[in-house]
Design a binder for this molecule. Structure first.
Ligand code: SAM
Length: 244
């Protein structure tokens, strides 16, 4: 059926491509892609060959009207290099304009590094805020962190290996020394989640900047770091003085 199909793709393990995603990709009239070499690899895995059209931040404005027009009679699929399109990736304006033009919009959900990281972190999941990539420069990053310092939710953000230690130190500065998890290479051979306080993690990764793809998950405010026995004794003594 003509329209726009938002197709999530694996974030490292090809086994995570859903049968429905494979089906849509093999039947799409055209696939809007970030990088045609990356998607060509995926199509090879599926055993299909479909026309691809680059759609990324640098050409989206120019390409979008043509793609929208094609949706009247053709099935247009949107993928990114990995994971769910629109999540720290292009696509929301394509969805917006497809809707405005009255086209069918269908999502084929699947892997998303942010949600996968949340499931590995062992931190509260009832409320979370996705921050994408923080600005790389110190001042802008500190401001972005200050903006969310009082938000009562687990925070999820993407970061690169070389910037990780500085980012963790800035988070410790701006949020207080909360519990956090650094998750890496999710669904790949060296998947890991390292947990600890932000200051501990900042020191650890300053010594050895990690390779690979990274998601940082930070506990909400007031989610206490594991209390020491002395803290617990003090809290108990304090509570006892206030008993009627
Ligand atoms: N749209 C993607 C998604 O749904 O997760 C995210 C795209 S964003 C441009 C790429 C960032 O996602 C990476 O820099 C990294 O922070 C994170 N990421 C992607 N794949 C990952 C993986 N396998 N393990 C950990 N983080 C990953």
């Amino acid at each position: 059926e003509p329209g726009l199909y938002i197709v999530a793709t694996p974030i490292g393990n090809l086994g995570d491509l859903s049968p429905r995603a494979a089906d849509i990709l093999s039947r799409a009239d055209v696939i809007a892609v970030e990088d045609s070499r990356v998607t060509a690899g995926l199509l090879r895995h599926v055993g299909t060959k479909r026309p691809m059209l680059p759609y990324h931040d640098h050409n989206a404005e120019g390409v979008r009207p043509g793609l929208i027009a094609r949706m009247a009679g053709e099935a247009v699929a949107l993928v990114s290099d990995a994971g769910t399109p629109l999540i720290s990736d292009p696509g929301y304006k394509l969805v917006r304009d497809a809707r405005a033009a009255g086209h069918l919009v269908v999502t084929i959900p699947g892997p998303c590094a942010a949600v996968a990281a949340l499931t590995l972190a062992g931190l509260p999941t009832d409320r979370f805020l996705f921050l994408g990539f923080l600005p790389p420069k110190d001042k802008a990053r500190a401001e972005a962190i200050a903006d969310v310092a009082t938000v009562r939710a687990t925070l999820i953000l993407y970061e690169s290996g070389p910037r990780l230690a500085a980012c963790l130190a800035a988070l410790a500065d701006g949020l207080g020394d909360r519990e956090a998890a650094v998750t890496r290479e999710i669904t790949k051979r060296f998947e890991e989640a390292v947990t600890g306080t932000l200051s501990y993690l900042a020191v650890r990764y300053a010594e050895a900047p990690p390779r690979g793809e990274i998601v940082v998950v930070v506990a909400p405010p007031g989610d206490p770091a594991p209390a020491s026995e002395a803290d617990a004794d003090a809290a108990l003594a304090d509570a006892l003085t206030r008993l009627p």
